[in-house]
Design a protein around this ligand. Structure first.
Ligand SMILES: CCCCCCCCCCCCC/C=C/[C@@H](O)[C@H](CO[C@@H]1O[C@H](CO)[C@@H](O)[C@H](O)[C@H]1O)NC(=O)CCCCCCCCCCCCCCCCC
Length: 558
């Protein structure tokens, strides 16, 4: 309607209203980021285990070895989900946990299967729908070593065998399958920049080849489900693509408009266009083909689908999973060929940000809510309005931030979810929203230094306790109201959420002080000279602090 027409460049007004009945609210995680138990109960090694164990790859040399201990604490986590009244939980299956060598015909690890059986059963008992990702980046290490991972076309069949096993064992209960999570990152960060596992820097070719095999693997798994399982299991198979919005720097400049379009086509279109239309976006074929020619190569660095492959791949998406975090301004920028060709230079564009945009955590993540609605409308028009599940959306804070009153996250969710609501009113076919992430977890090459969780996880404590941030309360309100009912109510939510987080904050602060003091004791206890002074002093302080906290608690109760 008139008051929120997105074509009018309206970027600020808030829309009060509710989501369609049956809209699904959820939160997400992934196996390597959350489970820990990296070598427990017969699990094989993944490329992320191997990568993180190498010194210098991850911030502070952190690993996902124990992470949130989700493998052991999933029952507690389901209690958290139940308390939030989530409709769905998105998690991923670790391929090497159920197939340690990656190959179905070698060894099936029944203990791994049991873990996912228990998780799925308990979710269903609590009326939480599982949305299951088959590949959230943790390829079995053996497949990397033997075949070169996604550089090798044989992954298509190995992945299909793994997926088929999952359909066989879990498909009677799982109705939403996501083949790949964010294949852009797998291809670009894994095989082009090498910042992610397996850490290869195959500039200008590696990402395109990996993506080519991933697209084929997705299509094969979709056909397997379609032919063998769909009639019995009645589920859906989709993919989760991450895409940022690209806004032209100058909306009156045709070169900027085309550069922004290219940015999106090289990002989401790279994967979405083959799955919906049967081939790579024309602009990718043109740009990479031309630059390859200028390099003197006989063929484009972008691989080609045969006519048979095109028709096999086209239409293999029952729903589109969409991960979205941020937006960029885009302008045209020429990169002459020959000067270090890469995925990035192939695009001939530059990314810019507005320094006014809030950026509370990750370096790359600015809060730009209006970009979300534009992206969703772009998907609607480009791919004939597919069924969409938002599979990831969220914001981080830095490691040292232990403030559970996460005002920035409440604001981010409020504004992004509101843009989603506007997009649905525009006619975009979105069925569900998944907050990223349920818990703070292992944030890939950034280790534990960036926290995306609704729940704070204390990684210094072996038990990995979870503490609700204020955004838990806020998200709960959005869920229970199925949106934003009216101004008066919505404006009270933040205040109410902050009331609950301040006591958790004190608990966490006390705990942190305790940990620091214990660390001090440990440190000084090795120095005989000061032991007699420091240890008793620190202990006394501990007791005093506990007493103060107890008084605080009792006062709250009376
Ligand atoms: C010659 C030209 C060179 C240009 C070079 C440009 C380089 C730009 C690099 C942009 C990197 C953007 C990375 C964004 C990735 C996210 O889309 C992706 C989303 O996946 C999901 O993310 C969750 C949160 O991260 C994650 O937990 C979940 O599992 C996952 O599914 N996230 C990731 O891939 C995670 C790692 C990102 C690490 C990126 C580090 C890049 C650091 C440089 C950023 C500086 C950019 C500042 C912007 C300035 C623009 C002018």
């Amino acid at each position: 309607s008139e008051d929120f027409a997105w074509t009018k460049n309206e970027k600020t007004s808030f829309f009060y209203g509710t989501f369609p009945t049956g809209f699904s609210w959820g939160a997400g995680s992934s196996a390597y980021q959350t489970e820990g138990a990296w070598n427990t109960d017969g699990k094989g090694m993944s490329i992320w285990d191997a990568f993180a164990h190498k010194k210098g790859k991850i911030f502070l040399n952190d690993t996902g070895d124990s992470s949130c201990e989700g493998y052991f604490k999933f029952k507690d986590d389901i209690t958290l989900m139940k308390d939030m009244k989530l409709n769905h939980y998105r998690f991923s299956i670790s391929w090497p946990r159920i197939l340690p060598s990656g190959l179905k015909n070698e060894h099936i690890n029944e203990k791994g299967i049991k873990y996912y059986d228990d998780l799925i059963n308990m979710l269903l008992e609590n009326k939480i729908t599982p949305i299951v990702t088959l590949y959230h980046w943790d390829l079995p290490q053996v497949l990397q070593e033997k075949y070169g991972g996604w550089q090798n076309v044989s992954m298509v069949n190995h992945f299909n065998d793994f997926a088929n096993l999952c359909f066989e064992r879990f498909g009677n209960r799982v109705k939403y399958w996501i083949t790949f999570n964010n294949p852009w990152s797998v291809a670009v960060e894994g095989y082009e920049t090498g910042e992610h596992a397996p850490g290869l820097k195959l500039k200008g070719t590696g990402a395109y080849k990996a993506a080519h095999h991933i697209i084929k693997a997705h299509a094969k798994v979709w056909h397997t489900y379609d032919m063998q399982w769909r009639s019995k299991q009645k589920g859906l198979v989709g993919i989760s693509l991450t895409a940022d919005w690209g806004e032209p720097v100058d909306i009156t400049n045709q070169r900027d408009i085309e550069a922004a379009e290219r940015y999106i086509q090289f990002y989401m279109g790279w994967f979405a266009t083959p799955l919906f239309n049967g081939d790579y976006p024309q602009v990718m074929k043109d740009y990479i083909g031309r630059k390859s020619g200028q390099q003197g190569l006989g063929a484009s660095r972008l691989p080609v689908f045969s006519p048979q492959e095109k028709s096999y791949i086209k239409g293999t998406c029952d729903f589109l999973g969409l991960g979205h975090f941020t937006t960029r301004y885009i302008t045209q920028k020429n990169y002459p060929s020959g000067l270090g060709d890469s995925y990035f230079t192939d695009r001939d564009l530059a990314e810019l940000v507005d320094p006014q945009w809030p950026d509370p955590g990750s370096e790359w993540l600015y809060s730009v809510p209006w970009g979300f609605r534009r992206l969703l409308n772009f998907v609607k028009t480009q791919y004939a309005n597919p069924m969409i599940y938002v599979t990831e959306n969220g914001v981080s804070e830095k490691m040292l931030c232990t403030d559970l009153c996460d005002d920035w996250r409440m604001q981010y969710f409020k504004d992004y979810i509101n843009e989603l609501l506007k997009a649905i009113k525009d006619g975009v076919n979105v069925k569900g929203y998944t907050a990223w992430s349920l818990l703070d977890n292992f944030e890939w090459d950034e280790g534990y230094s960036e926290r995306f969780g609704l729940y704070y996880v204390d990684f210094r404590n072996k038990n990995k306790p979870r503490y609700p941030k204020a955004s838990v309360q806020y998200y709960k309100r959005i869920i229970s109201s199925n949106g934003f009912p009216n101004q008066r109510e919505v404006e009270s939510w933040k205040r109410k959420a902050v009331e609950t987080c301040s006591s958790s904050n004190q608990l966490l602060a006390l705990f942190n002080t305790g940990v620091t003091l214990i660390q001090l004791i440990f440190y000084f206890s090795h120095m005989e000279m000061v032991t007699e002074i420091v240890v008793p002093t620190v202990c006394t302080l501990c007791i005093l602090l506990s007493a103060v906290f107890l008084m605080f608690l009792l006062r709250g109760r009376l």
